[in-house]
Design a protein around this ligand. Structure first.
Ligand SMILES: NC(=O)c1ccc[n+]([C@@H]2O[C@H](COP(=O)([O-])OP(=O)(O)OC[C@H]3O[C@@H](n4cnc5c(N)ncnc54)[C@H](OP(=O)(O)O)[C@@H]3O)[C@@H](O)[C@H]2O)c1
Length: 257
């Protein structure tokens, strides 16, 4: 039996993975953006061990969330699942003056990783759209570029893989991997998404708890429980270090170790 914390588990793939893991007898802590969504999450999975609250678009709330989770004890696995999609019609600025998509999809998993007691396994949700992403960090806050929601999402999902691989390299005692779940009909994916929804939460649950040799690797990228090609930029250690330095500067919180 493992203890697993899943961000963004009030809905979609986070909630589906939580249900799979709970059905297997694991203890799952859910996360919602506010109290109303936490109540929804509780109704969806009453047997969850705990539910924590925090809006990941805010550095202060994300920091508080890390404190709340740490107070619940150490986790065996954390699934960084929460995310916003590619349909934002304009650049939305967070309370910290950052681009909304970057703040939620990249900076929040970075900060939670840096602040939470390290688990045995870390799982980061990327997307097939990562392959069109720009990991240069030349304009991560979309101050110079004309807004393009799909590009902002692609950039963020490539940076999620860069983050996963950076953590894998920095923390050899932790298994840190990334995956794409397929394009599936959640709130984010939209009703017309073509891939199999039932398969979409399986790989992240498997990476979090399985004793299969194939799941007990680090610094790898998966699709449907198989190793999958990943943009070669994610393997560049200079980009990995640049991302860690950039996120550390934004949050005044370096990655330990
Ligand atoms: N669906 C797809 O086709 C697809 C494809 C590739 C990758 N992915 C990735 O899979 C992950 C899950 O996506 P999904 O399809 O399950 O999306 P979803 O149904 O929209 O669920 C996203 C989850 O993240 C939460 N969230 C969003 N913004 C938040 C914030 N500021 N603070 C706290 N929580 C926040 C949402 O809370 P609310 O419910 O309150 O909004 C929800 O629980 C994402 O990382 C996504 O990039 C999805």
């Amino acid at each position: 039996m493992s203890r697993i914390f899943i961000t963004g588990s009030s809905d979609g793939l986070g909630l589906m993975a939580a249900k799979l893991l709970a059905e297997e007898g694991h203890q799952v802590t859910l996360h919602a953006r506010n109290d109303a969504r936490a109540a929804d999450a509780h109704r969806s999975l009453p047997r969850a061990e705990a539910i924590v609250v925090g809006d990941l678009s805010s550095i202060a709330e994300t920091r508080q969330l890390a404190n709340s989770v740490n107070a619940l004890g150490r986790y065996n696995a954390v699934i960084h699942n929460a995310g916003v999609g590619y349909r934002e019609p304009r650049r939305i600025e967070t309370v910290d003056g950052l681009a909304h998509v970057f703040a939620i999809n990249v900076l929040a998993p970075y900060l939670l990783t840096a602040l939470m007691t390290p688990p045995d396994r870390l799982v980061y949700l990327s997307s097939g759209m990562h392959s069109g992403g720009d990991a240069s960090l030349d304009d991560p806050q979309w101050k110079a570029r004309r807004w393009n929601g799909a590009q902002a999402y692609s950039d963020s999902k490539l940076l999620d893989v860069v983050l996963a691989f950076a953590v894998a390299r920095r923390w050899p005692s932790v298994l840190a991997n990334a995956l794409e779940p397929g394009w599936v009909p959640t709130k984010m994916g939209g009703a017309g998404a073509p891939d199999d929804l039932s398969l979409a939460p399986v790989t992240q649950a498997w990476l979090a708890v399985s004793d299969d040799t194939a799941a007990k690797v680090t610094g790898q990228y998966f699709y449907h429980q198989k190793l999958h090609p990943v943009d070669r930029a994610a393997r560049r250690t200079d980009l990995q270090d640049k991302l860690l330095t950039y996120c550390a500067g934004l949050t005044s919180t370096p990655l330990p170790g």
